[in-house]
Design a binder for this molecule. Structure first.
Ligand code: URP
Ligand code: ZN
Ligand code: ZN
Length: 463
């Protein structure tokens, strides 16, 4: 039997070790791993990976593509441009969110989003189900069970965004956590104190500049909400996963809750790890707006430490792309500024450059945070690991090569990058999805072929 593809001479990286192994792929799966040898079994194609590092394809546990912002208004990246950027950046699976209205069925929301994305992505994809307007639902637990059965065992709730009808009460979060505990599901929470943020936005509305963002989202608004929801999770016995944590204080609460034996996990993003609030002093500081806002260098240092110690489990993008034209429309009114940044193409390079190259985490730890942990936590059994039987999803990087980040050469549908001009290592030479090279040296191999599939996920693991 000839293998479809052999990747020879490289070093594979897992969360535990770096190994000199050849990889043999058949029918989209990893068929065999063998120590480097001169005599190779037959293969239809061979990739010479000498000098290269072979990582599992990155799983972005938090992405927004074609996110509806209002009637006829969407984020700039749709599923095609977003997944193109993801593929060129080494991501082979992303998890986005459903968009049904408050109180509406998560399953209906899931079906609608799968229909929007199907046949339009280069990478595999899945969805977390939004859980908004829970108290309007007749049978919340049954609605959640239906989504779990359909392959979406993770739910998203907010302690903020009241004006958009997304904010959940403590009682609703508690109900969801109890149901999740019974179902083996997971509740993911965007934790900021919404009422206080609203009040502060009002207070600073006269400023008309981007300093209104950090001033209306001070660290305590995140820390309070994370503490409150961690308490609800402890009382309900349900697991919780905090998305996009930005502060040292929030990381400390997650650490303390875990030390007390509670099922609490957390994610952070490159913008909180390697950008800092000095950007708000720039004339174009509004381009770097996201919720929660980017913080101080000390916060970043604490977040790195928490990742290194395993107190936070995942680095994800929270990709939410706008053009500078879309951002400009805020005209000094913070409540009208679209929040979020492009990040899919730069997740792996940012983690590698500012984490591994800078000595903050090991290469093995990076693979745990970008690949293995998201696979475990999000119920993606066939992804995240280089092992026989797994999908042959790989990101192959040249550790010595670097590029100067430039939005012009990226696939995102926008005209700026938060990393513009910064030297990034770890951009993939090849990205493989189920054994097929879908991107090479920053370009899609075949832009006309939409290779991505919807992934039904199994139950999450709390780690
Ligand atoms: O600013 C952000 N994070 N935009 C995306 C939506 C969200 O809250 O995750
Ligand atoms: Zn959020
Ligand atoms: Zn988000």
């Amino acid at each position: 039997m000839a293998f479809d593809l052999a990747i020879t001479g490289g070093k594979t990286v897992s969360g535990k070790r770096i190994a000199a192994l050849d990889i043999f792929i058949k029918d989209g799966k990893i068929a065999a791993l063998r120590p480097h040898a001169k005599a190779l079994p037959p293969a239809h194609r061979t990739i010479d990976a000498r000098g290269l590092l072979i990582l599992p394809g990155v799983i972005d546990a938090h992405a927004h593509f074609k996110l509806k912002m209002g009637p006829g208004k969407y984020t700039a990246d749709d599923f095609t441009s977003g997944s193109a950027a993801a593929a060129c950046g080494g991501i082979t699976t992303f998890i986005d969110y459903t968009g049904q209205g408050p109180g509406e069925s998560p399953l209906a929301g899931l079906k609608a989003r799968v229909k929007e994305a199907a046949g339009r992505t280069y990478t595999d994809f899945s969805f977390h189900c939004m859980l908004t307007g829970l108290k309007k639902m007749k049978h919340p637990a049954a609605s959640m069970a239906a989504a779990v059965k359909a392959g979406s065992p993770t739910f998203k709730m907010f302690t903020t965004y009241g004006a958009r009808g997304l904010m959940a009460s403590d009682a609703e979060i508690s109900t969801a956590l109890k149901a999740a505990s019974r179902l083996g599901a997971l509740v993911c929470v965007h934790a900021e104190n919404g009422p206080e943020v609203d009040l502060l936005e009002e207070t600073y509305s006269g400023l008309k500049n981007i300093m209104a963002l950090p001033l209306s989202h001070p660290p305590r608004t995140e820390i309070e909400a994370v503490g409150r929801v961690a308490g609800l999770a402890a009382a309900a016995g349900g697991p919780v996963y905090f998305v996009h944590l930005s502060t040292a204080g929030a990381a400390g609460i997650v650490a303390a809750a875990r030390a007390d034996g509670h099922r609490v996990m957390g994610e952070t993003c490159p913008q909180y790890l390697a950008l800092d609030e000095s950007l708000f002093r720039r004339k174009d500081g509004y381009l770097y707006s996201c919720c929660p806002p980017i913080r101080t260098k000390q916060d970043s240092a604490e977040l790195w430490r928490a990742l290194k110690k395993g107190l936070l489990q995942v680095i994800a993008t929270d990709n939410c792309t706008f053009t500078s034209e879309q951002k400009k429309a805020w005209k000094g009114d913070i409540t009208r500024l679209p929040m979020g940044m492009p990040g899919s193409q730069t997740l792996l390079p940012a983690a590698y450059t500012f984490g591994v190259k800078s000595g903050r985490i090991t290469l093995e730890k990076m693979v745990e945070l970008l690949c293995e942990n998201p696979a475990r936590i999000m119920g993606l059994a066939q992804k995240g690991f280089i092992k026989p039987g797994a999908d042959a999803d790989l990101a192959i990087i040249n550790p010595a090569a670097s590029v100067k980040a430039d939005w012009r050469s990226m696939m995102h549908n926008t005209d700026y990058s938060p990393w513009q001009g910064r030297r990034l290592y770890g951009t993939p030479r090849y990205t493989l999805l189920r054994g097929e090279v879908i991107a090479e040296k920053g370009k899609l191999t075949d832009p006309k072929r939409f290779t991505g599939r919807f992934l039904r996920r199994s139950l999450p693991r709390v780690i």
